[in-house]
Each structure stands twice: as C-alpha cells, then as structure tokens.
Design a protein around this ligand. Sequence first.
Ligand SMILES: Nc1ncnc2c1ncn2[C@@H]1O[C@H](COP(=O)(O)OP(=O)(O)O)[C@@H](O)[C@H]1O
Ligand SMILES: [Mg+2]
Length: 295
Amino acid sequence: MVSDEKEYRAGSYPEPEIVEEAILVGSKALEKAPKIYPVPTGIEGLDELFFTVEVEDGKVIKKPLGGIPAYSVFNITGVSDTGKSLMVEQFAVKQASEGKSVAFITVESPANFVVTALKLRAAAMGFDFSKFEDNIILIDAASHSKLRENIPDLLATLAFVIKNYGVKFTVIDSVTGLFEAREMMARTVVRRLFNFMKKWYQTALFVSQKRSGHEELTAEAAGGYAVGHIVDGSMVLAKELIDSSYKAKQYGAKIGDVVRLFRVDGCRLSGHDIRTHFMEITDTGLVRILGPVGE
Ligand SMILES: Nc1ncnc2c1ncn2[C@@H]1O[C@H](COP(=O)(O)OP(=O)(O)O)[C@@H](O)[C@H]1O
Ligand SMILES: [Mg+2]
C-alpha cells in the first residue's frame, strides 16, 4: 500500500473533490488559446527550421513558419563556448531593433559587460544600437545575489519590468546560474520560470549549460534531462573536435578541425526540422545555422 493510500484510509486526507474549472472541452480551450505567429530570431538559417502543418484539399501541407513560434519557451543548451550567449544576444537585438521591448536577465556577466556585447552584436548585424538601446531592459542578477538566490524576488522584479515596459520577450543567461551549487533544485526553478513565462505570455529563451560529461547533442543539461522536458523545446549547440578519420568522413572535415553543430530538440508549438545542422560563428561574432549534416 502506498503511503498516500494509507493516510487516506486513516482519514487524514479530505474527501476527493472534483476540480470543475480544470475541465475544458476542446472549443472552450481554443477560445483561450493565443494565436501563434512567427518571431524572427535574428539568427541566419534558424527561422527556416520551423513550420506549421495545414490541410488543403485533403492534403497535408508543411508551411514554413519563418521564426520560432510566439509564446514558446526554449532552452538553449550546450557546453561552454558553443555560442549560446551570442545566440540569445542576437535574438534580443533583433526584437529591440523592431521596436519590441526585451527583458534580459543576466546571471553570469554584469549588465555593463552584457550591454557591450549587445552593442557589438548589433553592429555585426548592421544596426545602430543607439537607435533602440532602451528597448532592452537588463536585469542584473549577476551583481545582485538577492535576485540569484531568491526566485520570488527575481520574478517580482521581472513582472514589474514586463508591466512597465510592455515586455513580450524574455532572455535568461543562464538559468543554470540560478541553481548553482544546488542542482537538485534545477527542476523546481525551471518549472517556476516556465510557468511564469506562460502566465505573462512571454516568448522566452533560457540558456542552459551542459556539463562536460553530458553527451554532446542531447537535450540533457545541468539538472538532468527533466529540465529539458519542462520547457517547450530545446536547441542544442555542440562543437566537435575531428580526431578520427571516421569523424572526418562523417562531417566532411579534416583531422584537427573543430566543427560546430546545431539541432532543434523538440518544439511543442510548431513543427521543426529534426536534422543536425552545421553551425558557424563568424569572426564578427554572429551565429549562423548552415545546412544539415550528411546531405
Ligand atoms: N567576434 C566575436 N565575439 C564573440 N565571440 C566570438 C567572436 N568570434 C568568435 N567568437 C567565438 O564565440 C564563442 C563564444 O560563444 P558564447 O556565446 O560566449 O558561448 P557560450 O555562451 O556557449 O559559452 C567562442 O568560442 C568565441 O571564440
Ligand atoms: Mg555564455
């Protein structure tokens, strides 16, 4: 007998109750469903990897979405130096350049350093940062341990920013920094952040670090596989040293080369390309997604 049952029989549990508000027929649930639209990411080659499915004349047709689905929450996962920060910076700059407000929670690098990186990213993307710099609202959890160590304070601060600046896009670099030295809390922390993003209708990117022991191209991150399962999807970044003729052949590279790889691992709100792609970091510091491996 499981302990719940024991307690229940002992009378310490109240009578079971039907939670009627939790029951919705499909049409009622759809009335509350936000309309999904594409959010261009500012990352060359990425927007084309997402699609929707429609039925036309009885035929199933795949249509390109042209961005990540709005209201989705993604983990950007990889070991260090794989381009996670560059990617989320490009995303923030892209939204800001289009006049949208972005909350950028920085957990590892203080805000004054992050803003320098954002400015560089904007320049590499061909934008004049000074035209939209105030559209990015930095929340400096790197300099304020209270925000790092107390999730309710962090979420209250973010809610304040969302309300006051009309924010629809949130970046956290990184969520891993919010459960440093207490990795058993990873799921609880990510679950709270995820629920918050849903409640506030945010399209959000969470940087999530892989430990070096994790397999390169899986969605596993610090805190385990379950952290990836909480969010709507993961984008996995990897770099692979070509140290065998087998790998050289597999990737069409030379021994001693480093190839960068990228894969979308799941997306609940739209269809997506499931292949592993080559990825590049340009010398101006921009991430670009290239063609699929092996084709
Ligand atoms: N101009 C540049 N600015 C910043 N990083 C660059 C630039 N050119 C190349 N890189 C490479 O980008 C990588 C850093 O990516 P980053 O996004 O900081 O990694 P992560 O956040 O995954 O640790 C490094 O490997 C660095 O060599
Ligand atoms: Mg980083």
